[in-house]
Every structure is written in structure tokens, then in C-alpha cells.
Ligand binder design. Structure first.
Ligand SMILES: Nc1ncnc2c1ncn2[C@@H]1O[C@H](COP(=O)(O)OP(=O)(O)OP(=O)(O)O)[C@@H](O)[C@H]1O
Length: 256
């Protein structure tokens, strides 16, 4: 069996009436039905607080639904053994708005950490002390216009540079599912386009990205999900999203 089709492979994702209630009793995601198919490219748009990060966190198994069902390849990840869930998570890469990188760490170590879940323990431990691969991270950082940062410490980088280190780490991880939360929030328009292109570069991945930049979403993603108050406002091919739909999505009027 090929490496890409192990039992931990991520082929499709299903949310069935999923609700996520926060500690304050507020539902960030409310009765959401959604299916994401293998190798799909999906952009989630919606105003601040509409639930984009929460939805991505559920898809990435960082948050467990309060009710409803989340299935990865027809299996509930929360019913898997600890080891199976760990294996599944090695196939999920999460790109954060502000990546939680140890600031004293060198960039190369932070990028190599993308493989920690996939390498044997001895190699992972050694890579924290001595880079086990230089060409791999260098190659990815070059594509993200950050090759000069390979050996510098993360605390010497700007917010946009740090954001790209977080992206490099996930690209180095080479997961089957990429979830990206506002991956271009700290980048200028030229870099934003380049980075989105790099994230989408590999055809054999399922990619779900939240974006505030609607133009970028419509230009690069064939499927657009409009989220409002934790519910689907629309789920359409990009070419069918109209100005009126966008105006309603970002208006303060509440969901009926
Ligand atoms: N830990 C938490 N405790 C309580 N409420 C939370 C928590 N995290 C998020 N929320 C609330 O859940 C809702 C959805 O938040 P979420 O971060 O998913 O939105 P978002 O669409 O990603 O917002 P943004 O575009 O500003 O990043 C918001 O009302 C937010 O205040």
C-alpha cells in the first residue's frame, strides 16, 4: 500500500450538525453541516468573530464538537485510540495567523519541527540539537522569499517573516490536509499572492483556508464558504458568489 493511503490518510471531512459551545455558553459554530472532499481547495470568509478559526480548529481536531458529529474518512477522530489520533494529526498541518514558535529557536529548527510527528523519536530529538536536514527547509524558505533567515533566531524576525516560518514548517511537514487561519494577515499584497500560490502548489492535498481578503479568496479558491454567526450563509463555487451575497455576509444583520 502506498504511503499516501495508510489508515491515517485524510480523504474527506464531514461535519454533521456540529455545534461548538464556548465556555461562556456562546455557540461559535452552530448546527453546521459541511463536507470537504479529497483534494478540494476551500476558502472560508466571514466577518470577525463569525467562527472561522473555530471551524478550522474542529477540522484540525484541536477542538472537539460540543454536539453533532465530525468524521474524517467516515471515522470520528475523537473515538480513535491515542496512537491513531496522533498518526492522523501527522497528516494535518495547521497554519496559524501568529505561529506559536519558540522565539529563541533558530528558523531551521522551527521548520524541521514540522516533521517531529513523522520522524522516529531519536531523529526528532537530534534535530532539536543539530539540523538533520538543511536542503529541505532551505528550498522551502527560498520559495517563500525567506532563504536568508535560515539560521537566524525567530525573535529577530518581523511578524510577516514569522508568519512565513510557520507556513514553511507546514510545507516541510508535507501533510495531506492543510488548514490555514488567515495565512496572509501579516503580508503585503505581493507576498500574499506568492504565499497563497505556494500553499496551493501541491495538487495532492486538501486545503481549507480562512481569509479576510475576499478578492484573494475568489481569485484562488474554487469553493467559497461564507460563515456568519457560526452558520453557513452560503457554500458556492467562487464564480457564483455575488456582490449582494458578500454585502449580506458582512452586514451586521443577524442570521434569520
Ligand atoms: N476561548 C473562547 N472563549 C469564549 N469565546 C470564544 C473563544 N474563542 C472564540 N470565542 C468566540 O467565538 C466566536 C468565534 O470566534 P472565532 O475566533 O472562531 O472567529 P473568527 O471568524 O476566526 O474571527 P477573526 O476573523 O476575528 O479571527 C467569537 O464570538 C469569539 O469571541
Amino acid at each position: 500500500m502506498s504511503n499516501r493511503l495508510q489508515s491515517s490518510s485524510v480523504t474527506h471531512l464531514d461535519l454533521k450538525k456540529v455545534t461548538l459551545i464556548q465556555q461562556n455558553g456562546h455557540p461559535s459554530i452552530n448546527q453546521l453541516d459541511l463536507r470537504v472532499n479529497h483534494f478540494e481547495r476551500v476558502a472560508i470568509i466571514g466577518s470577525s468573530g463569525s467562527g472561522k478559526t473555530t471551524l478550522l480548529s474542529i477540522l484540525g481536531t484541536a477542538l472537539k464538537p460540543s454536539s453533532g458529529e465530525y468524521l474524517v474518512n467516515t471515522k470520528n477522530p475523537w473515538s480513535l485510540s491515542r496512537e491513531k489520533l496522533r498518526q492522523l494529526r501527522t497528516q494535518i498541518g495547521f497554519i496559524y495567523q501568529a505561529p506559536p514558535l519558540p522565539l529563541k529557536q533558530r528558523v531551521i529548527t522551527s521548520v524541521l519541527a514540522g516533521k517531529l510527528g513523522k520522524w522516529p523519536i531519536w531523529k526528532s530529538m537530534l534535530s532539536l540539537l543539530y539540523p538533520m536536514d538543511i536542503a529541505g527547509p532551505q528550498n522551502i524558505l527560498e520559495k517563500l522569499k525567506l532563504s536568508e533567515a535560515l539560521f537566524v533566531r525567530c525573535d529577530t524576525l518581523s511578524g510577516g517573516e514569522l508568519q512565513r516560518v510557520g507556513i514553511a514548517r507546514v510545507l516541510y511537514q508535507d501533510p495531506e490536509l492543510i488548514l490555514a487561519d488567515e495565512p496572509i494577515s501579516a503580508l503585503d499584497p505581493v507576498l500574499s499572492e506568492l504565499i497563497i500560490e505556494q500553499i496551493l502548489h501541491h495538487q495532492q492535498k486538501t486545503i481549507v483556508v480562512s481569509l479576510h481578503d475576499v478578492e484573494v479568496a475568489l481569485k484562488w479558491f474554487p469553493r467559497i464558504i461564507g460563515l456568519k454567526e457560526g452558520q453557513l450563509q452560503f457554500d458556492l463555487p467562487a464564480e457564483e458568489v455575488t456582490e449582494e451575497m458578500l454585502a449580506a455576509l458582512y452586514s451586521s444583520a443577524t442570521v434569520a
